[in-house]
Design a protein around this ligand. Structure first.
Ligand code: HEM
Length: 402
């Protein structure tokens, strides 16, 4: 139900997908150091302090996405920031009843779904409010950008300005289309990156040797003087990001509807509960299938006997995924950004954002685990780090590097 309201997979989404994908792929200028500086300023310590990195990372990724995609400041979103946070909490804290109801619901005709979403309910009210408000904000921003372009003002380099520019050839995206995607962009692009970064920092804290090597790589690359680092040429940085994305795919589980009757070949045959041996599974049009992304990324058959360990060097040694495993997803043979037609539109944006933030943070601070405060992975379809009392958080002992 949540997904239907967010018009995620079942919504009217055939609006300039490729244009948005292309613009998100190219956007660069706005994902710059200021968002990490915001975190560095908030830490503001000369000695070692325990800091909850989670809200700082969320604020930085929100301001990155707001500036780079919408072309405005977080403050311009007003109440929407709080509503989006509460909606995301709903998506993480799904109870058994909601999961069962959602999966049964996917078998219902779409018009029944639509009717069900009109039922008064506190959670749905929150989602509806968020959607209406983000459409309103998106609409206002879209109108401002189109009218600026009509007055001959050079478009800014944010994604909305680029795809709405009426002076471009082959314009396919309307103001309404853009406005209706505002909520999806904010929801899909903020906590996904923030939680991945939080899990990565928690792992770095547990792996001090790797952390020191990564810091040396950052300092020696920075020594060459340029403000923007050659992020793609930093082997430890990229190995660290790939390993974090492998072990902590924020969308741990997702579903798809089968488009036509087909057969799914299995890598290894399985024995069913009736004792039948299967090497392929027949699928029928309309059937819902679930993909355990997190399980796939910890499969020993693919990643080796140490699949459950955080080991960034596997990417440098070339043992990332098993030789001959099927090519999958847009990045590093991972399913974290999914793959195929509904691949994450912002995957390149997310990688660049993580590269920038990690270089700034690890270059300036060291991270160690705080005593007795062990973070856990929590979530059903979407995962986030939580502290022992179950609240979202990533507490770390942070020491400035002198
Ligand atoms: C580490 C960060 C990220 C992860 C792990 C991630 C993962 C994913 C996944 C798994 C999907 C497919 C979900 C499904 O259909 O079940 C998705 C879709 C999407 N993502 Fe991301 N994402 C990340 C960052 C971003 C960012 C930064 C943006 C925007 C700038 C973004 C925008 C989108 C959009 C618009 C979709 C919907 C695409 C469609 O339905 O065609 N994502 N993402």
């Amino acid at each position: 139900m949540l997904q239907l309201l967010l018009s995620y997979r079942y919504g009217d989404y055939e609006f300039g997908w490729q244009k948005l994908y292309g613009a998100l792929y190219r956007v660069k200028g706005c994902i710059s150091q200021p968002h990490s500086l915001q975190i560095i300023k908030a830490i503001d310590t000369d000695t070692t302090e325990t800091v909850d990195m989670s809200p700082l990372l969320s604020a930085a990724t929100l301001s990155a996405i707001t500036e780079a995609v919408l072309g405005c400041k977080t403050q311009d979103l007003g109440e929407l920031v709080e509503i989006t946070t509460r909606v995301l909490r709903l998506a993480v804290d799904l109870d058994r009843k909601t999961i069962l109801f959602s999966s049964l619901g996917t078998h219902l005709p779409r018009w029944v779904w639509k009717l069900l979403t009109l039922i008064p309910n506190a959670a749905l009210d929150e989602v509806r409010k968020g959607r209406n408000l983000s459409a309103h904000i998106g609409h206002r921003l879209a109108q401002e950008k189109v009218s600026a372009a009509r007055q001959g003002i050079e478009p800014n380099d944010d994604v909305f300005s680029q795809i709405l520019d009426p002076n471009q050839p082959h314009k396919t995206v309307s103001e309404e289309d853009v406005a209706s995607q505002t909520s999806l962009i904010l929801i899909a692009g903020q906590e996904t990156s923030a939680n991945t970064l939080a899990f990565g920092l928690l792992e770095l804290a547990q792996n001090p040797e790797f952390q020191d090597s990564l810091r040396r790589e950052i300092h020696s690359t920075r020594g060459h003087g340029s403000r923007d680092l050659p992020y793609n040429d930093m082997p430890l940085l990229n190995a660290f990001i790939k390993e974090t994305l492998r072990l902590y795919p924020i969308t741990a589980l997702t579903e798809r509807m089968v488009g036509e009757d087909t057969v799914l070949p299995l890598m290894e045959s399985i024995t069913t509960s009736t004792g039948e041996r299967l090497s392929e599974v027949p699928l029928q049009k309309g059937q819902i299938i679930y993909m355990g992304i997190a399980s796939y990324q910890r499969l020993e058959a693919i990643w080796g006997a140490d699949a459950g360990e955080f080991k960034p060097t596997r990417w440098i040694e070339g043992t990332g995924s098993r030789q001959g495993a099927a090519a999958i997803g847009p990045y590093a043979n991972l399913l974290t950004f999914f793959g195929g037609e509904r691949t994450c539109l912002g995957w390149r944006f997310a990688i660049l954002e993580m590269q920038v933030i990690i270089c700034e943070l690890v270059g300036k601070f060291s991270f160690a685990p705080p005593e007795g405060d062990v973070a856990r992975v929590h979530g059903t379809t979407i995962i986030q780090p939580v502290i022992p009392d179950g609240k979202k958080g990533a507490h770390l002992c942070v020491t400035p590097i002198v």
